[in-house]
Design a protein around this ligand. Sequence first.
Ligand code: NIG
Ligand code: FE
Length: 415
Amino acid sequence: MTQAAKPHTSADGRWLNLRLAPELFAADVPVAEGLPACIVVQQGRIVWVGPQDKVPAVYAGLPAHEGGARLATPGLVDCHTHLVYGGERANEFAMRLAGATYEEVARAGGGIVSSVKATREASEEELIAQALPRLDQLLAEGVTAIEIKSGYGLSLEHERKQLRVARRLAELRGVTVRTTFLGAHALPPEYAGRSQDYIDLVCRDIMPALAAEGLIDAVDVFCERIAFSLAETEQVFQAAQALGLPVKLHAEQLSNMEGAALAARYGALSCDHIEHLSENGIAAMRDAGTVAVLLPGAFYTLRDTKLPPIDGLRAAKVPMAVSTDHNPGTSPALSLLLMANMACTLFRLTVPEALAGITRHAALALGLQHEQGLIAAGRPANFVLWPVRHAAELAYWFGHKPDCTVVRQGRIART
Ligand code: NIG
Ligand code: FE
């Protein structure tokens, strides 16, 4: 049965004969690319990392895992996904190829609302069965932590179902999942013309109930002219703040709503998409320490031409993350490495920026910076061994699933 967790073996021991990419390590780890290095894992945690000839004697008796001169990187972090949904939307792909825009598709009753219908019709078990193969593709490519949003349920019952599925996926695959409540993703059909009523329902009923059930790690809103206004977004942020939940935002994807500046005022973990981000938004994100999450898959699918303001973000030292934005409408992407490649080619990120974007900065966008995105002593063992000579190859190849070894949550992953 596809849902069964496959057997995993402990990663405890000395991982020998590794190469480390210095840009992917903590500043205090004395390694250089090409050096035979070693990672020591005990009880599922990294206890030591550094040059192999300096491994402390106390670890000498631990079992050895041969690294085969492969490149070790932190596990990848996919910090923005809508992985759990019913059905697919290949028909919209055809509509858009025939000339319809994303907004036209949405206004014609397609778009997010059509996934809402299919998600509501699916049982929890059906959603798990549909999401697992997608998750497995991401995991096979080295993902060790992933964000999963709700937002295709749009009612208490169905948002709960989506978030419960996200939690179940974490258990089934032994992967770190951060759940994000995106009840304000689209207006459900039964609330047509009553946007304020729906936002009131989200803030007063749905979000508090799901938070009380421990199903929400963060709260997101789709702030856009085809979704929710700035005022509605702020209402959701206030409700999240009252519950002690961190916020994030789908911001300035199709137009500049000045959503990023609002999100920054609420100390947002991240603002995502941000093709139309203004100078004001960049400054606000810089001051708040908000991560800029770049989503080249959606940019590509929508044949967008407005590039996110990379130079401005770089100049302001706003940390940039890169994610799949996996969703059935605008980014049916199942490769985070491909997104790194596209972030370089389409957005002109440098390779180190793209690699930080799928590791360290992506962890920061989820508030997981102390657990994920870096190989360092004291952290849970989440790392990947790649059969490549240079770290740059991770962003260079595309359409290629490298034969990597993934250590996830201290286990050698088989999925
Ligand atoms: O991140 N922008 C809004 N949400 C998704 C699209 C979801 C959908 O089309 O189903 C996104 O691109
Ligand atoms: Fe999204």
